[in-house]
Design a protein around this ligand. Structure first.
Ligand SMILES: Nc1ncnc2c1ncn2[C@@H]1O[C@H](COP(=O)(O)OP(=O)(O)OP(=O)(O)O)[C@@H](O)[C@H]1O
Length: 170
């Protein structure tokens, strides 16, 4: 089974994936697979521009967990979307020393549910679990992912509304 672990930067994908790896799951990090598909470096946004169509077409399916903010673009069997309340996400990204514009862009994307919307463009809701990491430990998040994969936890998404964080200007 191929499981995507996606979310806005800072929502905890790498941390949760590391915990799942520690628990014996096979994890593939998308950052290790995009190198041949990088078109250019976007210096202002401190990020790489990836030819996502070619990358998706060239992706070899794996039996395991695919971690990265493009994971929902792959034809996974299940997708977990990690979420983080925008004010807390802002703090997580500030700690990283990201430029203000990059923080604002990611915080706004999170408040607008962009990754979830993209996920539901590609996958039926019955294959999707949304996890609000804001008040959960990394171990708890990993536990929810495990229970979703095993079928113990049903799919669930769409109950988060952080539009207030847009109106208050964060
Ligand atoms: N559930 C959590 N509770 C508290 N802090 C968390 C949680 N998950 C992640 N963090 C913290 O948030 C920060 C960002 O986490 P992480 O690097 O795992 O995010 P990411 O989604 O993989 O980001 P990127 O896409 O940029 O790699 C880290 O400092 C991590 O310790």
């Amino acid at each position: 089974m191929m499981v995507g672990l996606t979310g806005t930067p800072g929502t905890g994908k790498s941390s949760v994936a590391a915990e799942l790896e520690r628990r014996g799951h096979r994890v593939v990090h998308l950052v290790d697979t995009v190198q041949p598909y990088i078109l250019e470096e976007d210096r202002a946004r401190q990020t790489m521009v990836v030819d996502t169509d070619r990358w998706v077409a060239g992706f070899e399916p794996v039996d395991g967990i695919i971690e990265g903010h493009l994971a929902h673009l792959i034809p996974c069997d299940l997708v977990v979307v990690l979420r983080c309340r925008p004010d807390v996400l802002r703090r997580r990204l500030e700690v990283r020393g990201y430029p203000g514009a990059k923080i604002a862009e990611n915080v706004e994307a999170e408040a607008l549910d962009l990754i979830l919307i993209e996920t539901l463009d590609e996958h039926p809701a019955e294959h999707v679990l949304e996890v609000d990491t804001t008040d959960l430990s990394i171990e708890d998040c990993a536990g929810l992912v495990e229970r979703f994969i095993s079928g113990e936890l049903p799919p669930s998404c769409g109950s988060i509304d952080w539009t207030d964080y847009l109106e208050t200007g964060l």
